[in-house]
Write a protein that binds this ligand. Structure first.
Ligand code: GDP
Length: 631
């Protein structure tokens, strides 16, 4: 590669090469150490807000002694959904400082805590080379993201040549056969990975490919993806998928996207649209070409001739190899035996593996690579930096780990109804934020009205979002960041969303009678929350095929997607997350036999007492009602 030529040391003088390398290492470490020596006071100093660089909302809040929720809400009112881990831009820091009555001043100093975010070496423009774009595929479920990622991975000539076992390292790189241009794809489709990265201040994506199935059109997650792309200011390419299906009409998709402000070049807009098929491998070349075109316009560059920095994509503990992290190199070149700080951990690289599981000696910008040798498992979204001095690396990792622990502590302060009395009286909770998701606009309005009228001494109730529809993981994220109680009225979360609720510790309350919502809140405020009748979801089955039977009515051929469906449990029928019926099972069968229960991943036939209006795609959820004492 051209950039290596310039740099090629004189091979006859191996000795001087080593000396040069040593000198380079020393210089790099010295730069970092010098920067660290300049520690100065930050935060509020004589009424002036002094900061050194980007801060997360949580950090900012801590420094000015304000609750995180207040800042999140401040942005929310401007239509920005940020959370405590969002990095504030300098403009936002200035805006917040003024809003809170302080002057502000930026000090150019590096601390062990901000080093990973702020450390930058000015690059001589001459040292910059064009780097491969990093692409994330987004879109609604079942629109073909995984199929597309697989198809593109296999379109890679060099992969098949190598014949290596591809391993999941969170991303892969393909090489265009003629031009040898590379493209990196983040291999976890969907929005979770992307938002997780962004919420931790990491931008690992240069281009978003929005997959929209031609036979389904714009769906809720399509809109979500568009919002993500806009917020992150990442250019988008639309891939209208499933064009191999007969009778599909791409113009309808284009029209729907136009309504959302995503206008194809063909229709006078700025977004490249490609019509193709991931399954039939139609127009994938055109998609790749467009990715490269957009990349060219974006003018993506980095300096490969310096110590590497970048971001952690995934990490886990491997029984044999210890902590293993897939990282994306963004700057510089990562080399075997480099000492690395990654978030709250550090270590010396003992082995580097590419996406073919081949040991490599180095990784250039935009290359995803597996790192073995860290002392602990970093978090996805953690920044990393090579810093060839073990002692300083350890100190920085410790400072980072402390900071992460502080942030985690903030997260654990989430509001829940059973703790609310203490939170009001002892922890000074002043606002009770509420998010409502309901089955109809009528329920939304009715709930908003009663909640806005409800008075709880010492707290202001604020409904920060109220809308019609199923509970999504976005609602859960908002509830977490805005410290809100999430109410579902006649709607139910899917099994996946339920898991997110548990993971984040958000208080999700499900009701179908309005006065119960009010009663529960009033009791909670007095610390008198009754032992609750809690519904425990036992299982969820998806209706895949319907049979009409003259004697028993509609039999739903189902696939159990989660948990267990028991003959005796109560069931409700969900359509798009909305409860359309609540009742009992009349019959549970496997093929011709009556059964007592059907477990995850098995098939069964379900009939519901007095209810025949089932449709394909409905979810039959089984549940028990249990009494649970609070506290
Ligand atoms: P994801 O949820 O977005 O990752 O979607 P998947 O990649 O899992 O695809 C969902 C379904 O659509 C699968 O059954 C795929 O085989 C199918 N599919 C994906 N792409 C195409 C396509 O181009 N044409 C057709 N006919 N089916 C497709």
């Amino acid at each position: 590669m051209a950039e290596n030529k310039k740099n090629k040391p004189n091979h006859n003088k191996n000795q001087s090469k080593k000396a040069l390398e040593r000198q380079r290492v020393n210089q790099h470490t010295k730069t970092i150490k010098n920067k660290l020596k300049e520690e100065k006071q930050t935060g509020l100093v004589d009424g002036v807000f002094v900061y050194t660089g980007p801060l997360t909302i949580a950090e900012f809040a801590l420094k000015i002694n304000k609750p995180v929720t207040e800042i999140v809400k401040y942005f929310f009112k401007q239509g920005l959904m940020l959370n405590q881990n969002t990095l504030l831009s300098e403009d936002q820091i200035a805006e917040l400082a003024i809003e809170n009555g302080y002057d502000f001043k930026k000090e150019n100093i590096v601390t062990k805590e901000n080093l990973l975010e702020t450390f930058q070496v000015e690059d001589d423009p001459k040292s910059l080379v064009t780097i491969p774009p990093v692409v994330t595929v987004m879109g609604h479920v079942d629109h073909g993201k995984t199929t597309l990622l697989d198809a593109l991975r296999h379109s890679n000539i060099t992969t098949s040549e190598a014949g290596g076992i591809t391993q999941a390292i969170g991303a892969y790189q393909i090489v265009m056969p003629q031009t040898e241009q590379k493209i990196t794809f983040i291999d976890t489709p969907g929005h979770e990975a992307f938002t997780e990265m962004r919420s931790r201040g990491a931008n690992a994506t240069n281009i978003i490919v929005l997959v929209v199935a031609a036979d389904d059109g714009v769906m809720p997650q399509t809109e979500e993806a568009i919002d993500h792309a806009r917020q992150a200011k990442v250019p988008m390419i639309v891939f209208i998928n499933k064009m191999d299906k007969p009778g599909v009409n791409p113009d309808r998709v284009k029209a729907e996207l136009m309504e959302k402000g995503v206008i194809s070049e063909e229709w006078g807009g700025e977004v490249p649209f490609i019509e193709g098929s991931a399954k039939a491998k139609l127009n994938l070349d055109q998609l790749l070409e467009n990715i490269l075109l957009v990349a060219e316009v974006e003018d993506l560059k980095a300096n490969p001739n310096k110590f590497a920095s970048g971001v952690v994509l995934e990490a886990h503990l491997d029984k044999a190899r210890g902590p293993v992290a897939s990282v994306l190199v963004q700057q510089g070149t990562l080399r075997l035996r480099d000492v690395l700080v990654a978030g709250g951990t550090y270590g010396t690289i003992k082995d580097l593996r590419d996406d073919q599981n081949k040991s490599v000696s180095q990784a250039e910008p935009s290359m995803p690579v597996l790192v073995i040798g860290l002392n602990d498992v970093p978090l996805p979204g953690d920044k990393f930096l090579v810093l060839n001095d073990e002692k300083t690396a350890r100190q920085i990792a410790t400072a980072q780990a402390d900071r992460q622990a502080r942030e985690a502590e903030q997260t654990s302060k989430i509001v829940t109804l059973d703790k609310i009395k203490t939170q009001i009286e002892e922890e000074g909770l002043k606002n009770l934020n509420i998010i409502i998701k309901a089955d109809t606009q009528g329920s939304v309005e009715a709930l908003k009205q009663v909640l806005n009228k409800l008075e709880i001494p010492g707290v202001k109730i604020e409904v920060i979002r109220a809308s019609v529809g199923a509970i999504t993981s976005t609602d859960v994220s908002l509830a977490q960041t805005a410290n809100a109680i999430l109410y579902g009225f006649n709607v139910r979360p899917s099994a996946e969303v339920r898991r997110v609720v548990e993971e984040r510790g958000v208080d999700l309350r499900l009701h179908n009678v309005i006065y119960k919502v009010v009663e529960e809140l009033e009791q909670a405020a007095k610390g008198l929350l009754d032992p609750e009748m809690v519904e425990k979801v036992q299982g969820q089955a998806e209706v895949r095929v319907l049979f009409k039977h003259s004697a028993v009515g509609t039999i739903a051929g189902c696939y159990v997607v989660d948990g267990v469906i028991k003959r005796k449990d109560k069931v409700r029928v969900l359509r798009n997350g909305v409860v359309i019926y609540d009742g009992e099972i009349a019959g549970l069968k496997h093929e011709k036999d009556d059964i007592k229960e059907a477990k995850t991943s098995s098939e069964c036939g379900i009939t519901i007492k007095n209810f025949n209006d089932l449709k394909n795609g409905d979810i039959i959820e089984s549940y028990l009602v249990e009494t649970v004492a609070n506290n």
